[in-house]
Write a protein that binds this ligand. Structure first.
Ligand code: PLP
Length: 463
């Protein structure tokens, strides 16, 4: 696998690889575990220990890793033509066919595709497209963007500014703040201040409308960005009716609705796209990446409406859409996406999600009898377990206890990878997961949580 020992690899890594979201103080001591190979739902470290990867890479490994036909499709395209320029006067066959396929899968009149290198650049493209569209319409003051606290939209300057996770905005970085605004996350558990779900929803909608009006309403607000289910912010499933009511407000004030489906598309919630099929709304723009290629190649897409296209492409203005990347519509990435979609269709992976999601939910909810499991939430194959010190008042454990990591570290040792995010363990496994895999995930989580509860009690907690 490698000429180097795991220890040597970790030392080289620490010396030279600056990872996304490195907490330097911790990384200097702990380093990162080198993963050497992967197969289906499993990843293997360089000492050949096997783990069920219930995170699906990073919400992206939808069809499972190591598929021969993916390797063949990618190799074939590399042999045929590894690259050609996408700039205006040239195109390539996989990019053309994938754009047509995405237009057919996306809801309503979302018929136009702009390719990028991943989710962040898909969001950044949406951001620039919004400016372009509003300016083309002569709406030069329509510049404000509204998104939600706890949202994650990627890591370019614009995407990170649109995101609203407090932990992602450390003071050492700068952000765009004059035209980007955040309203409350639709998180009912722990954040509803004693309201019923209906009252909580009304308050969220009122807050959004107040914010639109405060910013100048129809004349000033250009777009609203929302993940159908907030992912990295804690798998927040909004109250029933939230999406429809926020979408209606966008209609009322002529605001573009951007559905960031980087995680929720390509079967994760049992549909190609969740906006219309799961939440009954028709966005103006959908951003996607991750499951588009199941992580076999980096690729993002910004899929936008006929309405926008008609305005920006109107003839006679001499306009140029001065935006794009060397790798927009990369032929190898697009060939991988086409094969990935073909596999998903043939194996009905979205159907597997719909069929097993109730079982996944039921099994995860069985963890609620444990003293520190406050909430279990999600849909499809997108779930999280939230840990609390006190179920009655939702009190969280102190951050330095790192409860999510403490539990996931134990799970690692038992051959299960879940993603710790502060006081959460998050899961987004490959879509071909079986009942047995779900049993393994939940049983391993249970024993890991029980061990941590026992440790905490011996440290003075009374759980
Ligand atoms: N949008 C959402 C909803 C995401 O979850 C992510 C990544 O997790 C992104 C955008 C950014 O995608 P990428 O990391 O591919 O740039």
């Amino acid at each position: 696998m490698s000429d180097y020992s795991t220890q040597q690899l970790m030392e080289k890594d620490k010396a030279h690889f600056t990872h996304p979201w490195t907490v330097f103080d911790v990384y200097k001591h702990e380093g990162a575990l080198p993963i050497g190979r992967a197969e289906g739902c499993y990843i293997y470290d360089t000492d050949n220990n096997r783990y069920l990867d219930a995170v699906g890479g990073l919400w992206c490994n939808n069809i499972g890793t190591g598929r021969e036909e993916m390797a063949d499709a990618i190799a074939e395209q590399v042999r045929l033509m590894s690259y050609s320029s996408p700039f205006v006067d040239l195109t390539n066959v996989p990019a053309t066919l994938l754009a047509e396929k995405l237009a057919s899968l996306a809801p309503g009149d979302l018929d136009h595709v702009f390719y990028s290198c991943g989710g962040s650049t898909a969001v950044d493209t949406a951001f620039r497209l919004i400016h372009y569209y509003q300016n083309c319409r002569g709406k030069h003051d329509k510049k404000h963007i509204i998104s939600r606290k706890s949202s994650y939209h990627g890591s370019t300057f614009a995407a990170m500014s649109i995101g609203g996770k407090a932990g992602d905005h450390p003071p050492e970085f700068d952000y765009l703040s004059d035209t980007i605004h955040h309203v409350s996350a639709p998180k009912f558990y722990g954040d509803s201040s004693g309201k019923t779900e209906a009252e909580f929803l009304d308050a969220l909608i009122q807050e959004l409308e107040d914010k639109i009006i405060e910013l100048g309403g129809e004349d000033s607000v250009a777009a609203f960005f929302a993940e159908p289910i907030l992912g990295a912010g804690g798998v927040i499933v909004p109250p029933q009716g939230y999406h429809q009511r926020t979408w209606e407000l966008c209609q009322k004030y002529d605001i573009l609705y951007v559905s960031d489906e980087v995680v929720t598309a390509f079967g994760r919630l049992g549909h190609w796209f969740a906006s219309a099929d799961e939440f009954n709304i028709q966005p103006d723009i959908i951003t996607c990446a991750k499951g588009l290629t199941s992580g076999y190649q980096p690729l993002g897409a910004t899929i936008y409406s006929d309405k926008i296209h008609q305005v920006i492409s109107e003839e006679g203005h001499g306009r140029c859409f001065a935006h794009g990347f060397t790798y927009s519509g990369h032929p190898v990435a697009c060939a991988a996406a086409l094969k990935n979609i073909e596999i998903m269709e043939r194996e009905n992976l979205a159907g597997n999600v719909s069929e097993l999601a109730p079982y996944f939910k039921e099994r995860l909810e069985s963890l609620l009898d444990l003293p520190i499991v406050g909430d279990v939430r999600g849909r499809g194959f997108m779930w999280c377990v939230e840990f609390v010190a006190n179920k009655d008042n939702y009190e969280l454990f102190p951050e330095e206890l790192d409860i999510g990591k403490r539990i996931s570290n134990l799970a690692d040792g038992k051959g299960l990878i879940v993603r710790p995010i502060v006081h959460l363990n998050v899961m987004s496994p490959p879509l071909n997961l079986t009942r047995e895999d779900i049993d393994f995930i939940v049983d391993t989580l249970r024993s890991s949580i029980e061990e941590v509860v026992a440790e905490l009690n011996s440290e003075g907690y009374q759980l």
